[in-house]
Design a protein around this ligand. Structure first.
Ligand code: ATP
Length: 572
């Protein structure tokens, strides 16, 4: 609730104006039965047409004020709730952007999406409903009770009993409903997670004809969501008839107490019943607001979790701004993923002088990607230090560090836009010549020029209208456009044929010694010509040296060589 109040405070002016209109609307509703009782007792009972017309005109005026007020408060309510929703989404999005991969892993992307969309909508609906009804319901409720007490004091005890019963029912409703709506949102997370996984791997699903299994997963998540929703709504719904029942009992009691009323008091009795109905209506409104509040509370807690998530990696207090040349040292580095229980890197130490190319090889799952992810601080080492140009990466200003590094990930990720737009992700100000130069080194220039629109060819989201190899080459060109001091290539030539891969690697070597290259590859032919090679197994360094040195002293490297190139490697 604190969170909702915090955001509402920013719009206090509009909130108060809306409350004013709401109050006017409530008073307009409250006055109607009283004037109706005048029409009955003073006009109809005495057959006085003048009084009937007079009070009728007053009621018309009051109704007009009520209608204008209702339109205005509706307008303000939707504007405020939409604005708060927009602000919440933006703040969450900005905070998510500042988080590290460790935070994102923990919060889970699908859950973040649900929180930014559905949970914010719940809060929006709550704000809208309180601005449309919150003030009106209590004013109508209390006003109707006061008017009943003034006009027919004998009925006051009935009101007290009914109110106590209704309040107890509402409190029970809140207490039981709150945790159930929290569960609903979690089930929604799961459904989003399953849909997201299916959509991002739709090709694999089709290739393995796993549609049925995926449909089963979706159906189970969907059934669980429906069940949680039904359970929550059932809990909330159970109370509504009892609240109605309590108020209707009140009306019956009222009529019982007033059964011997004089005929000149009929108008008052009618007004009392009318007010009792208004109390019922107001209580139902309050129950509805509480329903929405219960959901909004569960959602605001989940939103708060995103907003208060602080980056797992602390920004340095006095950031260093060294001139980054690309000298990299791993000094007894250990790393384990949050909750993984075991180390993915074990006591890793090596030194790469600036401008050198290092091939990184090792069996799958040996820790190659994990190792390179520590250089741009996608994750921080659990123990030990990574130094770039003599400075601990944790002490270097993050923007400066990342600006000096370009990463070409295993899976080429492109965005909807032209090829030029995608390449300029590397560096916004890059000229067309620079784009072409980078594309040429990545062996992408020729296939780009063969397309009808050249560099202005439109790419669909994820670059689905390109082949795997074309995507990898564009992804590499994008990194080269950045002119980085450290280039990380995470097995990004796997979809290229041997000839193209060799041309790309030659192009990189010809770029000169201004760039330190960390080249991960499963193919020994890709790393053999590197200045030195790091061989990993089970997160530990098995060998670090030139091809010749590793062939002589690293058994795993020799085994990889034998399995890929073949022949007897002894003595090489
Ligand atoms: N986000 C993660 N959370 C938990 N464990 C992870 C995560 N990413 C990787 N791991 C684990 O860390 C270990 C090293 O993984 P990594 O991806 O670095 O290996 P790799 O050598 O790059 O493998 P590959 O050649 O298959 O890409 C593996 O045991 C993997 O299961």
């Amino acid at each position: 609730m604190k969170l909702i109040l915090h955001y509402l405070k920013r719009h206090m002016g509009i909130f108060l104006i809306s409350t004013l209109f709401l109050t006017m609307e409530a008073f307009a509703d409250l006055l109607q039965p009283t004037f109706m009782s005048y029409i009955v007792d003073e006009g109809v009972a005495r057959a006085d047409i003048g009084q009937i017309l007079f009070y009728g005109a007053v009621m018309l005026g009051i109704a007009a004020v009520g209608a204008v007020s209702a339109v205005m408060r509706n307008q303000f309510a939707s504007r405020t709730s939409q604005t708060v929703g927009k602000e919440l989404r933006q703040d969450m999005y900005h905070n998510v952007q500042s988080l590290s991969l460790e935070n994102i892993d923990r919060l889970q992307p699908s859950s973040i999406i649900t929180r930014i969309t559905n949970d914010v909508t719940q809060v929006q609906e709550f704000i809208n409903s309180i601005m449309r009804m919150m003030v009106k319901a209590p004013i109508t409720c209390i006003g109707a009770i006061v008017l009943i007490i003034i006009q027919t004091p004998k009925q006051a005890p009935v009101m007290a009993v009914i109110l106590a019963a209704v309040s107890a029912l509402i409190l029970c409703n809140m207490k039981i409903g709150y945790p159930r709506f929290g569960t609903v949102q979690k089930k929604l997370d799961r459904l989003n997670g399953v849909s997201r996984e299916f959509l991002s791997s739709v090709r694999v699903v089709k290739a393995f004809q796993a549609e049925e299994e995926e449909a089963g997963k979706f159906s189970s998540a969907s059934v669980n969501l429906a069940a949680a929703n039904t359970a929550a709504l059932r809990t909330m719904a159970v109370f509504a008839p009892f609240i109605n029942l309590a108020v209707n009992f009140g009306i019956v009691l009222l009529l019982w107490i007033s059964r011997n009323q004089e005929s000149s008091q009929i108008g008052r009795l009618m007004a009392s019943v009318n007010y009792m109905t208004q109390v019922l209506f107001a209580v139902t409104m309050i129950a509805n607001i509480i329903n929405t509040a219960v959901r909004a509370l569960a959602s605001s807690q989940r939103i708060q979790e995103v907003l208060s998530e602080t980056p797992a990696q602390a920004a340095p207090e006095h950031p260093l701004r060294p001139e980054i040349k690309g000298d990299i040292v791993f000094d007894h580095v250990f790393f384990s993923y949050a909750g993984a229980g075991q180390n993915s890197l074990e006591d890793v130490s090596f030194h790469i002088p600036a401008g050198k190319t290092v091939g990184i090889i090792g069996p799958t799952g040996s820790g190659k990607t994990t190792l390179v992810n520590l250089v741009p601080r996608f994750y921080d080492a659990s123990q030990g230090q990574i130094l770039v140009d003599g400075c601990d990466v944790r002490q270097i200003e993050e923007n400066l560090l990342r600006a000096a590094i370009a990463v070409v990930p295993q899976k080429a990720l492109l965005f909807s836009g032209t090829i030029s737009d995608n390449l300029r992700w590397g560096r916004q100000g890059a000229s067309e010549e620079e784009l072409a130069e980078a594309a040429a080194i990545a062996c992408a220039d020729s296939f780009i020029r063969e397309t009808e629109q050249g560099y202005l060819t439109w790419l669909e989201q994820g670059g689905v209208n390109l082949s795997g190899g074309q995507k990898q080459r564009l992804s590499l060109a994008r990194a080269l456009v950045r002119k980085p001091r450290i280039l990380i290539l995470d097995d990004c030539t796997s979809a290229l044929d041997a000839q193209t891969e060799s041309a790309v690697l030659k192009g990189l070597r010809n770029m000169g010694g201004n760039m330190t290259v960390l080249l991960i590859s499963q193919r020994i032919s890709a790393v053999m010509q590197a200045d030195c090679i790091l061989c990993l197994d089970n997160g530990a360094v098995q060998g670090f040296g030139t091809h010749k040195e590793l062939m002589a002293g690293c058994q795993i490297y020799r085994e990889i060589y034998d399995s890929q190139i073949g022949g007897d490697s002894n003595g090489r």
